[in-house]
Design a protein around this ligand. Structure first.
Ligand SMILES: O=c1ccn([C@H]2C[C@H](O)[C@@H](COP(=O)(O)OP(=O)(O)OP(=O)(O)O)O2)c(=O)[nH]1
Length: 145
């Protein structure tokens, strides 16, 4: 079966869900309670992995209410979940732009994800699979800082 969500072992929280029949995005919840200090970035686990078809990716985007209501932004603007990232856990990246610590509670719907298709160039010869995320494909002499 292509294109579906699975729980990471031990996660009992909510699965991604669309709020209405016409919503494009699946709301995704935090799997753990995390406190983000002002000006700091945190990676938030979701308890979820996503299985994708060939030439598909899953796009993570913010919820429109997050900056004003929670003082949180996604510093990478959008997160791209590649199909060969499976079976790793989808992580959300958040920056606290306020001047007080922000608490993200387990179960809070912190972002949304949209299934998307991509194309490749005719003369593309990319090979192999990724081993993880967040800089896993960097070359040895490429800084990840
Ligand atoms: O917000 C995000 C962004 C990415 N990822 C995971 C899925 C994605 O497939 C992988 C790599 O993401 P990307 O290619 O954007 O990051 P990179 O910094 O280029 O790392 P890599 O060298 O691992 O590709 O990290 C997340 O869980 N959340």
């Amino acid at each position: 079966m292509e294109r579906h969500f699975e729980r990471i072992n031990g996660y009992t929280g909510p699965m991604p869900q669309r709020a209405t029949a016409y919503s494009a995005g699946y709301d995704i919840a935090a799997a753990e309670t995390v406190v983000i200090q002002p000006g700091k970035i945190a990676l938030i686990p979701t308890g979820i992995k996503v299985k994708l078809g060939r030439y598909e990716y899953f796009e993570l985007v913010s919820r429109s209410s997050l900056p004003r209501k929670r003082h949180l932004v996604m510093p990478n603007s959008i997160g791209i979940i590649d199909s060969d990232y499976y079976p790793h856990e989808i992580m959300g990246q958040f920056l606290n732009i306020g001047d007080q610590p922000v608490v993200i509670n387990a179960g809070d719907r912190i972002m949304q994800g949209i299934f998307r298709a991509y194309m490749v160039a005719d003369n593309d010869d990319a090979q192999g699979y990724r081993t993880g995320g967040f800089g896993s494909t960097d070359k040895e002499n490429e800084s990840n800082d």
